[in-house]
Design a protein around this ligand. Structure first.
Ligand code: PEP
Ligand code: MG
Length: 325
């Protein structure tokens, strides 16, 4: 099967009815980079920068961060890379960040919250990224945004770094895009304000699902209990697509959902035109995409989402649709 998937690498990434869908991969270390060519992903939709910190015994210095990001960009070549700023805390443990014991680390002092409380840390990371991408394209996003004001604060820090580098005569990136991850449900009711502030939006479905269902993503007993392919969660995702479409904001989704062919199919049916997943999933998802009638699926799925929950689950509807294709 591996060989069959490899054969799909060169084919355009579009559905049977000609809808093109960007298939990107998630990464976090240099060893992941060769996968770009091997799996045929169009780019790196999520680069988890905390990995460099998680495997280090001391805080990586700015020079180390910069040279790491530069290597990532060099190895990615023409493929776009979306760097996510530090997402530590919760399930992502960095040994030299000694924070107090927390009773609910997933809901605790983590990700952007921590970065905004330690602005030197975030500014150092921004500086390293800006310098690594001198003269090139740079896409950045911040994790676990809870309120639009946090995003504005992060943007202000980024701007300070841009100004500082240009004052010192550094070459800046030729294009800088700044985005947010949508992982905390609160943002759903601030979407319009949020979309005014960002160049793109990326749904982190692992955390979003965990918080929407109040079910720990690391606890199989509860995380497998609820179905992401259920009406409530898919309705939520549909609202995100509609809001992004209204403002013409590029939208992607980079959680585990994107990497399972049936759920990737659901996402395409909801209107996602870019998804990012683990490299091993690109082949199977592409095989699904190539045989998919996306418009037909979309009208089926959206009609079913509008109906009240009665009898047939969305998962069974999707399975049936997949079997007929
Ligand atoms: C997510 O939460 O869906 C996500 C992509 O980020 P992570 O899995 O690194 O938390
Ligand atoms: Mg997350």
């Amino acid at each position: 099967r591996q060989e069959q998937f490899r054969a799909l690498r060169g084919l355009p990434s579009e559905s049977k009815d000609g809808i093109s869908v960007d298939l990107q991969m998630n990464a976090g270390l240099l060893v992941d980079l060769p996968q770009l060519d091997e799996c045929g992903a169009q780019g790196i939709g999520l680069f988890r920068t905390e990995l460099q910190f998680m495997i280090a015994s001391t805080m990586p210095k700015i020079e180390e961060q910069e040279s790491f990001y530069r290597s990532v960009l060099r190895q990615a070549g023409d493929h776009p890379v979306t760097f996510r700023t530090l997402d530590v805390g919760g399930d992502k443990v960095v040994p030299f960040f000694r924070s107090a014991e927390e009773e609910n680390p997933a809901l605790g002092w983590r990700a952007l919250r921590l970065s905004l409380d330690r602005p030197a840390l975030l500014r150092t990371q921004f500086r390293a990224l800006l310098r690594a991408a001198a003269g090139a394209e740079l896409k950045l996003m911040v994790p676990m945004v809870t309120e639009v004001n946090e995003l504005r604060a992060a943007k202000a820090l980024l701007k300070k770094e841009v100004n500082r580098l240009s004052r010192f005569g550094y070459t800046l990136p030729k294009r800088l895009q700044f985005g947010a991850m949508l992982e905390v449900p609160n943002l759903m009711w601030q979407l319009d304000e949020l979309l005014q502030e960002v160049d793109f939006l990326s749904v982190g479905s692992n955390d979003l699902f965990q918080f929407v269902m109040a079910a720990d993503r690391g606890n199989a007993r509860v995380s497998n209990r609820f179905d992401p392919l259920s009406r409530p969660f898919l309705r939520l995702l549909r609202q995100v697509v509609e809001a992004a479409d209204r403002t013409r904001t590029p939208l992607t989704l980079c959680g585990e959902l994107a990497g399972r062919p049936l759920s990737a199919m659901a996402l395409i049916g909801l209107g996602f035109r870019s998804i990012s997943m683990t490299p091993a999933a690109i082949g199977p998802v592409k095989a699904m995409l190539l045989s998919l009638d996306a418009k037909q699926l979309q009208s089926h799925l959206l009609a079913a989402l509008d109906q009240p929950d009665s009898g047939q689950t969305i998962r069974s509807l999707l399975t049936e649709f997949a079997d007929q294709n």
